[in-house]
Design a protein around this ligand. Structure first.
Ligand SMILES: [Zn+2]
Length: 223
């Protein structure tokens, strides 16, 4: 769903899922009304998922979609049993609120909205460069795809940063080149090399330390 959310209409920011909770029972409960657990404690706050003590009035979990930059927000939806469905409902409200005219929902467009993301930009450029003539028909299609790519880039940039993924992929390939088959008791095993990790890296995070160790090995033979 994230990829299908349109960037914030107000500031162009990234829509984000917000979670919170609110009282299930709307009736006054004089014992708690004026405390942080009661009706007078104000509207749900984004990020408030702290479990409440057992004795205080019950709450239900909520979701919304909000703009992390300017705070524009959909109404809260109670998640009920299916949080994904509640998020879908919020997403529909979020996209409907925008003043963007709804284009015709052809199958192609639905496919584009669901499947095309920032990672496809090179493929689309390639397609564009190989298109010869027939612009009457292809033009609007490319314009739709371009719009979609711009949206997807804004929305997914922070959620799925591509750089660390590519770096990890490069490390993995390096390791594969150094892996060996070993036979033990008639079975085959993949054996990765021992990788030196200096003691001065003790303070680093586990994953960072391993990444640094792999990076310090000679570059792989790219042939
Ligand atoms: Zn915004």
């Amino acid at each position: 769903m994230y990829e299908q959310l349109i960037p914030c209409d107000h500031c162009g920011g990234r829509p984000t899922v917000g979670r919170s909770q609110r009282l299930v029972c709307k009736l006054p409960n004089p014992q708690y009304d004026y405390t942080e657990w009661g009706r007078m404690s104000g509207p749900p706050r984004i990020g408030d998922r702290l479990p409440r003590p057992r004795e205080v009035p019950k709450t239900e979990p909520l979701v919304c979609i909000y703009c992390a930059d300017c705070g524009m927000q959909t109404p809260w939806e109670a998640t009920g049993r299916d949080e994904k469905a509640a998020m879908d409902r919020c997403g529909a409200v979020w996209n409907r609120r925008l003043a963007r005219p709804e284009a015709e929902k052809t199958d192609v467009q639905r496919l584009v909205e669901r499947e095309i993301g920032a990672a496809d930009i090179p493929a689309v450029l390639d397609l564009l460069s190989r298109t010869d003539g027939n612009w009457e028909e292809m033009g609007p299609m490319f314009s739709m795809i371009a719009r979609r790519l711009v949206d997807a880039t804004v929305v997914t940039f922070d959620s799925w940063p591509i750089d660390p993924v590519l770096n990890d992929a490069a490390r993995w390939r390096k390791l594969i080149q150094l892996a060996k088959w070993v036979e033990m008791e008639g079975e085959r095993y993949v054996q990765f090399p021992k990788i030196y990790s200096p003691a001065e890296h003790d303070e680093m995070l586990f994953e960072d330390r391993i990444a640094t160790a792999v990076d310090s090995m000679p570059d792989r033979d790219r042939w």
